[in-house]
Design a protein around this ligand. Structure first.
Ligand SMILES: [Mg+2]
Length: 349
């Protein structure tokens, strides 16, 4: 049976910033890490903009307002305005506004970004289950959010309010390690409403869900967008769900081994070390499983005891050849389980 899954990265003779009209950029792990700019990010974005590419920043983080995110970007040296930032809070607010009458009361459990997004959609923001909200929406409230806020959410859901969440990320990276994210707060409310006969299910807006992608396209007017991200299960899967191309950068949470083991919906069109990938052509690996996958001076093969890489050349070309070998070996059945450590060591990855 002919597979439909991507079995190798795409190629482009031209720089991606000339091929796509808008970059839909994830922030954490792409533009900044722990508050500081990622190497080569500021210059690459400046040059992409100068070359005529539109830049939009797309984040699952619902706690900060677009204005606050833009101010942070400007501080790092990235030119950005509030309108260039799209958050999962905005996607959630639109979802709610489409389902409830104008001015409906919504219990907001989260930060300023969530409240601002709800008001922008004409919703009436309330803080207590006793205000009889028609809906509850959970967005990341930060480490200082009182436990009692989850109690209000559980009470309102238990009384029949519609339930929404900005995003379902169970964890988020903190500067001291992994900490609970909004998805964990959603699970708390789920546990506390387990007594209900028909267990309610929240509608989730953020990446990789379609509402987030739709919000981004609506706000940017992008016609040929390129999603740029560091996470396979949010950024790349979201692009896949939206039917648009994506570029994975290796400056965030995904390493080369995870890329090789990616399931079909997690395979990006392009792979880059960092945002300089917007300015570079992307050679497509040639060859096949029989003769090996060739890119630059490298040849990659999948054999019984793992992935094998021979030759020399650019690191990224070696990785592209390995993607061809690994993704073809896995096909559309899931991720490639072959050992990749030795092959990646040849690339210093
Ligand atoms: Mg990220």
């Amino acid at each position: 049976m002919a597979g439909t899954a991507r079995t190798r990265p795409s190629g482009s003779d031209r720089a991606l910033r000339e091929v796509y009209d808008t970059a839909l950029l994830d922030l954490d792990g792409v533009v900044y890490v722990a508050g500081d700019a990622v190497a080569h990010a500021v210059r690459s974005l400046e040059e992409a903009r100068a070359a005529g590419m539109g830049l939009a920043y797309v984040t699952n983080n619902a706690s900060r307002t677009p204005g606050a995110v833009a101010a942070h970007l400007v501080e790092l040296g990235v030119p950005a305005e509030a309108d260039d930032v799209i958050t999962s809070a905005q996607a959630a607010a639109r979802l709610i506004a489409e389902q409830l009458p104008a001015g409906a009361r919504v219990l907001a459990v989260g930060g300023d970004g969530l409240r601002e997004a709800l008001r922008e959609q004409g919703m009436s923001v309330v803080d207590s289950a006793d205000d009889e909200p028609a809906a509850v929406v959970q967005g990341y409230g930060g480490p200082g959010m009182p436990w009692g806020r989850l109690g209000e959410a559980a009470l309102a859901v238990g009384r029949g309010a519609a339930w929404f969440a900005s995003n379902g990320d169970v964890t988020i990276p903190g500067d001291r390690g992994v900490v609970p994210g909004n998805g964990a707060a959603v699970e708390v409310v789920r546990l506390a409403t387990r007594w209900m006969r028909d267990a309610p299910e929240p509608q989730i807006a953020g990446k990789p869900r379609p509402p987030m992608h739709r919000e981004t396209i609506l706000r940017t007017g992008a016609r040929r967008p390129l999603v740029v991200g560091d996470r396979l299960d949010t950024d790349i899967e979201g692009a896949h769900a939206g039917g648009v191309d994506s570029m994975l950068v290796l400056t965030g949470v995904t390493d080369a081994a995870q890329l090789l083991a990616a399931r079909p919906e997690h395979r990006p069109a392009y792979v880059a070390g960092d945002l300089r990938g917007l300015a570079q052509p992307h050679p497509e690996p040639g060859g096949d499983a029989e003769s090996g996958f060739v890119c630059g001076g490298w040849t990659a093969r999948a054999v019984a005891d793992g992935l094998v890489l021979e030759g020399e050349g650019e690191v990224l070309d070696g990785l592209r050849a390995l993607c061809g070998a690994a993704w073809t070996a896995a096909g559309d059945e899931g991720g490639c389980g072959l050992e990749s450590g030795k092959a990646l060591a040849r690339l210093g990855l």
